[in-house]
Design a protein around this ligand. Sequence first.
Ligand code: FES
Length: 101
Amino acid sequence: MATDETDGDDGHDDIEPVTHVERHPTLGPAAVVTPRANGPLVVDGPVTVTAPDGTTTTVQQLFLCRCGASSTKPTCDGSHKRIGFSAPGVVPTSRSGPRSH
Ligand code: FES
């Protein structure tokens, strides 16, 4: 994953580590998605990612861009800091927000 090389900071320094992940009795460990304030969605897995060519990779943690500025979409490259992206680090509890589906 690319990083913001202007300040040596990848923008992920203040993410709280996941200390407990629920395990489903038959489906395996559940992924946990946490919106980071003013940054990406942090997915703590394991998570299996399928590439366009069908190859798969399983990773323990993934940062998904939600600012739209990443050059490595769907993953975060730290560009949210450069553009001054602003969003809360909480999961919306209301269903009144915009829907795209
Ligand atoms: S959220 Fe980090 S580059 Fe978009």
